[in-house]
Design a protein around this ligand. Sequence first.
Ligand SMILES: *Cc1c(COP(=O)(O)O)cnc(C)c1O
Length: 427
Amino acid sequence: MNDATKELYREFGISDKVIEISEEVLTSLKERFQRIDENADLCTLKVLKAFQKNNVNESCLMGTTGYGYNDLGRDTLEKVYADYFHTEDCLVRPQITCGTHALALALMSNLRPGDELVSAVGKPYDTLEEVIGIRPSVGSLAEYGINYAQADLNEDGTPNLENIKNAISDKTKLVTIQRSKGYQTRPSLSVAQIADIIKTVKSVRGDIICMVDNCYGEFVEPIEPSDVGADMVVGSLIKNPGGGLAQVGGYIAGTKDCIEKCSYRLTAPGLGREVGPSLEALPRLYQGFFMAPTVTASALKSAIFAANLFEKFGFESFPAGSEERHDIIQAITFGKPEGLIAFCEGIQAAAPVDSSFAPEPWDMPGYDSKVIMAAGAFTSGSSIELSADGPLREPYTAYFQGGITWSHGKFGIIKAFQTLVDKGLIL
Ligand SMILES: *Cc1c(COP(=O)(O)O)cnc(C)c1O
């Protein structure tokens, strides 16, 4: 950090002591950050190759309105995504409103009454409990007579392949595999672990659909779950693949058959993918996907820095500061509500938008306890932008993610750390 930057840090309320501690931690991370940059180089070229192969040209940036027939830009973007993920097909739409919607769509499109859904890695993400009907909910899969079973994890949070085999029955049609830990403290899965799960499932019956909830995982590793046999990978555009520019949207990449079924559920039987205008969304969706590998790299560096900084002061981090990453989420456990709240306040205070507001715990739809969320984002709710959230329950863990530039991610973490210092919770 040069002197002019340090001076500005001080103006933002950061003490010399905190600057010094931060610099020490950053120096120790140089080599790791270089490896992250190398992966971003690789992923950028993969994306560029998909753009050029599909001849993305200026006319692809024009949107359509109304029914959206013959939407060249939309159809080309879907081919670009399919090529990046090495899948037969893909849906990428602003009409898919979020990650939960994309996952619900993928499930509801491919399951029929009497079928069974299995989660291979224990309890799924909070909002999926209502989609599946684990928590009774209007319109859930359970209401349509689709049963659910889950394979519990090992005690250390790793997948248990025996449990997965045992959870599969004659009725099992689809197995869902959540790559990222979400609001849990189990380890996120590597693509290699996902490969083992898929191999196990397919060894029981080859026609079981393997779906991966890919939220927060895109571009973290050189390959994606669809490179190791996943039939569908599903995610949100206001996370990694939107590169901080997409303002709404979700994607489902997968086999021709699975994606065709999704298209008829997304719009209507008979209409499928032919309708759905891209409106004005395309320039941001293209540019966001193009930026996504480097944006994800910034988010990864921010996560690793946060883990190493807070660990130094005794706060438990998942994954640990030294561990390999499989997603961009960093969990930091504070043990008491004050720590979680102070951390979120610091992140909010560092934001480019809404920095004058203080975040407060609230009853967020889809979650079963109060949640505190810090985000001063250009796109509402975007969690590829610097953000932190966590449910107000034991052990008071903040889930920190994002940072569309590393310069800002770094500052946000330092500001959050300083907020804990100011409240007498550290140092
Ligand atoms: C964010 C997330 C979801 C849900 O996405 P929303 O866009 O918030 O609806 C599902 N699964 C995982 C693992 C996630 O991280």
